[in-house]
Design a protein around this ligand. Structure first.
Ligand code: CU1
Ligand code: CU1
Length: 272
C-alpha cells in the first residue's frame, strides 16, 4: 500500500527519487499532457454550465483521480515514489524546506519571477514550459506577492468542522465544506495557496509548477480528514441537476470514474 507522507519527512533519497521521476516524465512528454488536461478543465468549468474539475462538488474526487493518475505515471518510472503533501499551515515561508535546492527550488527572482534554483530552473534545461498561456517558457513564482499569508491551522479546522459536503447551487456560491476548501467562500484555502505561490500557479496551466501536486495532495488529505470527522455525511448531490456531477455520474475525461469510486482513498494509498 502506497503511503503518502508530509514532504518535510522525506529523506534526501526520497526527495531525489521524486524529483527524478518528475523530470523523466517531463522528458518523455507525458508530464505536459497533465498540464493540458488541467488547463482544459479550468477553461471549461463555469458556475452556470458544465462544471467537473472546479466550482462544483466533483472538485475533490476529480482532483483525487487526477493525482492518482499522475502518481501512477511516476510509479511506472520509479515504483518507490508516492506523492508527498505540503502542509502550508506549518511550512509557510518562502524559505521553507519545500523550496530547497534538491527539492522544488525557491522563489522567482524579482522583475520577471523566473525560478533560478533547483531542478526546475529554466537554466537547467530540463524544465521548459511548453503548455503555456503566454510566451514565457520559464517556471515563475512570486511567493507571497498576490496574497501575503497562507491559510492557518485554525482556518483549516473551522472548515473541517463544516458538516455538509456541498449544497445548491453546487457552484462557487455554495455554503459548504467543498466550496470553503476550494476557496470561493470563507477563509479561502485552496485558491489562496495558488495565489500565494504566483506565477504559473495562477493559471489553468498550474501543474507546470510541481508544487501543484504537493498542494493538491494536502487538499486531498483534508478531504480524507473531513470524511473521517463526518462519517455519516457523504458526497452530495446523489442525483444532480444538469452540468453537475452526481454521486454515480461519470467524470470526464475518464469514462469509468464516478465520485463514488473515489470516496475511499484507502483502496489506493494512505496518509501518514
Ligand atoms: Cu484544478
Ligand atoms: Cu488547485
Amino acid at each position: 500500500m502506497a503511503v503518502r507522507k508530509n514532504q518535510v519527512a522525506l529523506s534526501a533519497t526520497e526527495r531525489r527519487n521524486f524529483v527524478g521521476a518528475i523530470l523523466e516524465l517531463k522528458r518523455q512528454g507525458s508530464y505536459d499532457e497533465f498540464v493540458t488536461t488541467h488547463n482544459a478543465f479550468i477553461m471549461s468549468d463555469t458556475d452556470e454550465g458544465e462544471r467537473t474539475g472546479h466550482r462544483s462538488p466533483s472538485f475533490l474526487p476529480w482532483h483525487r483521480r487526477f493525482l492518482l493518475q499522475f502518481e501512477q505515471a511516476l510509479q511506472d518510472i520509479d515504483s518507490s515514489v508516492t506523492l508527498p503533501y505540503w502542509d502550508w499551515t506549518v511550512d509557510r515561508t518562502p524559505n521553507s524546506s519545500l523550496g530547497a535546492d534538491d527539492f522544488l527550488g525557491g522563489n522567482g527572482r524579482s522583475g520577471d519571477g523566473r525560478v533560478t534554483t533547483g531542478s526546475f530552473a529554466f537554466d537547467g534545461g530540463k524544465w521548459p514550459i511548453n503548455v503555456r498561456v503566454d510566451g514565457r517558457t520559464f517556471l515563475r513564482r512570486s511567493l507571497g506577492d498576490g496574497v501575503s499569508e497562507l491559510p492557518t491551522r485554525a482556518e483549516v479546522d473551522d472548515v473541517l468542522a463544516m458538516p455538509t459536503y456541498d449544497a445548491p447551487p453546487w457552484n462557487s456560491e455554495s455554503d459548504s465544506f467543498r466550496n470553503y476548501v476550494e476557496g470561493w467562500l470563507g477563509p479561502n484555502l485552496h485558491n489562496r495557496v495558488h495565489v500565494w505561490v504566483g506565477g504559473q500557479m495562477l493559471s489553468g496551466a498550474s501543474p507546470n509548477d510541481p508544487v501543484f501536486w504537493l498542494h493538491h495532495c494536502f487538499i486531498d488529505k483534508l478531504w480524507a480528514d473531513w470524511q473521517e470527522q463526518h462519517p455519516s455525511a457523504g458526497y452530495v448531490p446523489v442525483d444532480a441537476p444538469p452540468g453537475v456531477i452526481g454521486l454515480r455520474d461519470t467524470m470526464k475525461p475518464w469514462n469509468d470514474v464516478s465520485p463514488q469510486a473515489m470516496l475511499d482513498h484507502t483502496k489506493f494509498y494512505t496518509y501518514r
